[in-house]
Design a protein around this ligand. Sequence first.
Ligand code: GDP
Length: 360
Amino acid sequence: GLSAGIVGLPNVGKSTIFNALTSGKAQSANYPFCTIDPNVGVVPVPDPRLGRIQRFIPTEKVIPAALEIVDIAGLVRGASKGEGLGNQFLANIRQVDAILHVVRCFQDEDVVHVDGGVDAMRDVETIETELMLADMDTLEKRMKRIGKMTDAESKTQMAAMNKAMGMLNESQWLAHADFTEREREALMPLFLLSMKEILYIANVHEDDLGGENEQVAKLRAHASEAQAGVVLISGKIESELADMDAEEAREFLHDLGMEEPGLDALTRETYRLLGLHSYFTAGKKEIRAWTVRVGAKAPEAAGVIHSDFERGFIRAEVFTLDELETHESEAEIRNQGLMRQEGKEYVVKDGDIMHFKFNV
Ligand code: GDP
């Protein structure tokens, strides 16, 4: 599955946020999600459309889409030179599809900051510098290895690496850098850390959830330049929410003037960051959200359920939630002749409700 890794300096709230994400009482009561490993958790992607479908299609269970979240502890200044858990840490980041960077924006005299005081931009630079230094090291090693080779493939990769190196020297994160498709492909096998998308999680004091503090404003400016997103979270509030049942949580959120837990926005943003969306299957046994790449065609979407569905794909029957809400049942949608028959070239849309016909 697709995964996102939580990174950040020590004491910024990573474990607090990871634990809240993976141990939510309200969610684990309803869904078969759990922590796979102390540092890896599977987190449901909240989707209000599931409940809307259920109003018209009674079912035994509702299963949301899921994301894998990895808590990657151990980054300190000097990691790229092997300080702390250095190499282990970097290897763990290499394996995730996107980076969730927790940045401390809350003041608390009882929580020591490793670099002396709260300064969001200094922290961001510390972390990103380590990751970019690690990439430069990766590039250097590869350049040394293939520098003298004369085949076309090596030459293409050399050129792309030189370009990447130049950008890293200017402290430019590579995820949105101006590479051609060919250059991007040539760099792909290197698994560069800075080619990954970043979402910043600003861990703020609960009083700052609604507005902006100075730290958050600076972080937002940096993020917007790097075309990255920012989500505001209070680690403290989220960990309290995670210990409540659904009813208590609703009241607590209401008292705080929040519409939903910050973590819900976080999972949704991560999903978007990864270029993913959902389609649904809906029947008596279960209503379920399935994850597909934005742009995936019907057979690929069917393959998410089972590889046989992709191999033997014949066609898909498709309707929308709007149609379901208007006509109130699948049978009525069929009666009205609104059930669409789609073939192999159909590009699945976010929110499609689908049945697949396939050969076994
Ligand atoms: P990590 O080292 O980044 O994993 O940080 P932890 O999650 O262990 O948090 C470090 C300390 O900060 C702990 O004592 C947490 O209780 C505290 N902490 C985490 N989030 C918040 C927050 O939003 N507000 C306050 N005041 N303290 C927090």
